[in-house]
Design a protein around this ligand. Sequence first.
Ligand code: ASP
Length: 347
Amino acid sequence: MSNSKRVYIAYTGGTIGMQHTPEGYAPAPGFLAEQMAEIPAFRSPLMPQYVINEYSPLLDSANMTPDEWLKIARDIADHYDDFDGFVVLHGTDTMAYSASALPFMLQGLNKPVILTGSQIPLCEIRNDARENLITAMLIASDYAIPEVCLCFGDLLLRGCRSAKVSAIGFQAFASPNFPPLGRIGIDVEINWDLVNAPIHKPLEVQAFEQPQIAVLRLFPGISADFVRNSLRAPLRGVVLEAYGVGNGPSKNRAFLDALAEATAAGVLIVDCSQCLEGLVDLESYAAGSALARVGVISGYDMTTEAALAKMFYLFSQDLPLEEVKRLMQTNLIGEITRPYPLRRAHR
Ligand code: ASP
């Protein structure tokens, strides 16, 4: 029996296809395809037919920008009708950002788009590249998951819930606030109850404008002047990485004033937790409600990556700020658990 499905591989760069250079690992044109040609598994009739589009230049994903997200989204859209599924080979460093941005860009997606990469290049004797690539290709061809997913190690994750959690382990990604869409063991077990319902409308690429947005991580002793300077125009939105369930230094009046001035000037401040697991609840503590009183809104259980991507997406449409705020706190593509099913009992 042979696999008649067709998979399109968008190879953007990343460790998976890198080779040794005097400056360390770097991507090299043609090298990944050469490596794949030497591995019999990729010629197995059980594997889907595939086409590789090698991007130029190949990037270490530390160099990704929203322009590259758009290039990937348009590439997928251009080949959408000719393939059953799509694999995006990507460096791990910013894979969770791309996996969060692409579902906002690929409106109406009804086929699997699976991002993967590896911690060790395919050219090394010991590597995680071979398994990750084969698994991603098989999932893209054989499972009708109408979502952008991130496949790595033993897990298939919703892209916009994923975060890089290890720089050294083979299980480099997790989605602590959302169960995996699939577990990869002896069998590939997909949790179909969690997979988004198919969408029956044409695929449309939503380009992002590049509004000034930022991430601001709180730390004990953060200076109000630094916060005030960071939040100045033309900044339009910031993901505030606050403590625990969204708390900040509520006894620091100058800090609160800096936030209040920014929100009064129309800057969107979305509170996401520094913790990977759990959700922001600005009513739990006085140290959280003080932020709400100066106009900070809750990002609930969104990752920073998803909140940033959503800001790019919402600011790219001509929406009044109040509508941006409302949508920021509404589940659009599975990026946020709203309404939250349980009231937490953390007190
Ligand atoms: N620096 C690499 C990248 O993100 C790391 C990796 O792929 O694992 O492209």
